[in-house]
Write a protein that binds this ligand. Structure first.
Ligand code: SIN
Length: 322
């Protein structure tokens, strides 16, 4: 029998109350398991209640704590895979952070629910069972961190929450799922890569440099960027219109930020598609194009790059390599 570590962090999957008026993170791990009778037949389980939070309250310090614990479990030869329950609201951020911080030779699978445990057709129990099915399957290794919800297996590289309340809210815009779960069978749609090492080792860190996201919109002033001149932001991600066109009103303050050594990444507010150096001269402006990352992912990669004192040319290579 394979051995799975089950780490719970809270979220709607552990929520109780009415479907549109409930409290997240109320159930303990044993309550979650009681709703999934088939789980015991799949694997021996080692349970850890690591946080009990609504995911809106998770911080980068929580990512570091979770990643360090999962890394230790991956290094434990008795553990075959890891399942993490999480709230859907910030799941894409935790999943992408773990994707960068963990090696890929053992499956690490996040799951969640859009409906609280007490609602009719609660989606948490089946999602948890399917996450365990994926985590015990040897063919799930080498794919990086995965997210399982609503019969879909989604790469943490691409996952985003794309609906406020539908059960298929977690999806991979522009990329599609990595695979699907049908009953007791898994169908992967892509072949795995060779297992890789963690892209960053931040096990000695308890916090990360501040990186803010600044949204561009019609008539946006440069005030949030001017504020960054006086705050301690080490980096800024611009969530820009279209394929990353810089408002003319922002150019002066961006030059001042760059002169102070603040790293600025040009991302799109759109959520899918690639951001290239096609309409701005990022080299001349000292900016980094987010390439295929959305603004939230770009923020995480920049935080990790700054934490490891990665120079600008190497940061650009990181962005273009993901
Ligand atoms: C949360 O993110 O913790 C609450 C919402 C959810 O899980 O769907």
């Amino acid at each position: 029998m394979p051995c799975l570590a089950l780490l719970t962090t809270g979220g709607t999957i552990a929520g109780t109350g009415a479907i549109n008026r409930y409290t997240a993170a109320q159930l303990g791990a044993q309550d979650l398991l009681a709703a999934v009778p088939g789980l015991g037949a799949l694997a021996d389980l080692r349970i850890e209640e690591i946080f009990a939070l609504d995911s809106r309250d998770l911080t980068p310090a929580h990512w570091l704590q979770l990643a360090a614990r999962v890394r230790a479990l991956i290094d434990d030869p008795a553990i075959d895979g890891i399942v993490i329950t999480h709230g859907t609201d910030s799941l894409e951020e935790t999943a992408f952070a773990l994707h960068l911080l963990l090696p890929t030779h053992k499956p690490v699978v996040l799951t969640a629910a859009m409906r609280p445990s007490t609602s009719l057709s609660a989606d948490g129990p089946l999602n948890l069972l399917q996450a365990a099915q994926v985590a015990v399957a040897p063919e799930s290794a080498g794919r990086g961190v995965l997210v399982v919800a609503n019969d879909q297996i989604i790469s943490a590289r691409f996952v985003a929450k794309t609906h406020t309340h539908a059960p298929d809210a977690l999806s991979a815009p522009g990329a599609g799922p990595e695979g699907r779960v049908y009953g007791d069978a898994l169908r992967y749609l892509r072949t795995p890569s060779a297992p890789r090492a963690a892209l960053f080792d931040l096990r000695d860190k308890l916090s990360l440099p501040q990186v803010d996201v600044v949204l561009a919109y019609a008539g946006a002033s440069d005030a949030p960027l001017r504020q960054a001149l006086v705050s301690k932001a080490g980096g800024i991600v611009l969530a820009l219109a279209g394929h990353g066109s810089l408002p003319h009103a922002w150019r002066q303050v961006l030059a001042e930020l760059r002169a102070l050594g603040v790293i600025v990444v040009r991302a799109s507010r759109i959520g899918s598609g690639v951001m290239q150096q096609c309409n701005e001269d990022d080299d001349a402006l000292g900016l980094i194009a987010a390439e295929g990352l959305n603004a939230l992912q770009a923020r995480i990669l920049l935080m990790f790059g700054l934490a490891t004192r990665t120079p600008l040319p190497a940061l650009r290579t990181l962005f273009s390599g993901l």
